[in-house]
Design a protein around this ligand. Structure first.
Ligand code: ATP
Length: 210
């Protein structure tokens, strides 16, 4: 019962390529959960990220395993393989609808980093997505509302206002998955950039070395 009540405060969905998951992801997810006062964060690694078609990415199995290892000590985190189970591009709208069927009465939030604001205009069915969940943007520091101007012809004023209102004050750090992959390739340490378990997984499974 207590569990049900706490979930009813909302669930934060966090999709990404997570190739690999890193501390930048974990810091904003933890911070956003705190600010929104939600008790459940579901990480959803994208099996086929629509914006990365044709790019070489690590197998979804490895990206899921790393997300599990990165969050195993924090009870509020869960990792979903729902996008791994679907065929075709991994669209966020399909994922939100998937969780709506499981949690019909629970507010759903979708977390993005500030740098993703400029990409929203190209997201599949973005108009429907902003109606079916609340998109929250993390890392106010890197946020620029100019990115929203790209949405002017796609979303209505009310929808754009809601996006502007849901910018969170989460802590953030300048870490990217690109940086992690580059450092592994150059045989440089990734300690403190990813959880130790993720660094060990990358090393054992010889990821990102070419
Ligand atoms: P890549 O460098 O390969 O593009 P990435 O580090 O941006 O990867 P993704 O899995 O593509 O990681 O990102 C998932 C989400 O996390 C995106 O919305 C992105 O904006 C956000 N994000 C990633 N790193 C950070 C960070 N250091 N601070 C804030 N948001 C971040």
């Amino acid at each position: 019962m207590a569990e049900e009540l706490s979930i009813n405060q909302g669930i934060l969905l966090f999709g990404g390529t997570f190739d690999p998951i890193h501390n930048g992801h974990l810091i904003i997810a933890r911070g956003a959960a705190e600010e929104l006062e939600v008790q459940k964060v579901i990480l959803v690694p994208a099996a086929q990220p629509p914006h990365k078609q044709g790019q070489c990415i690590a197998p979804i199995k490895d990206r899921l395993n790393m997300a599990v290892l990165a969050t195993q000590d924090e009870k509020i985190f869960e990792v979903s393989n729902c996008e791994a189970k679907r065929n075709g591009p991994s669209y966020s709208i399909d994922t939100v609808r998937h969780f709506k069927t499981i949690y019909p009465d629970v507010p759903l939030y979708w977390l993005i980093g500030a740098d993703s604001i400029t990409e929203l205009a190209s997201w599949y069915k973005i108009g429907e997505l902003v109606e079916e969940c609340t998109i929250v943007t993390a890392g106010r520091k890197g946020y620029s509302s100019e990115g929203l101007s790209l949405l002017a012809n796609i979303l209505n004023q009310d929808q754009i206002t809601r996006l502007k209102e849901h910018v969170l004050d989460t802590p953030s750090v300048e870490i990217s998955a690109t940086l992690i992959r580059q450092r592994v390739l150059m045989d440089l340490s990734i300690k403190y950039l990813v959880p130790d378990e993720v660094a060990d997984y990358i090393s054992i499974h010889i990821l990102y070395e070419k």
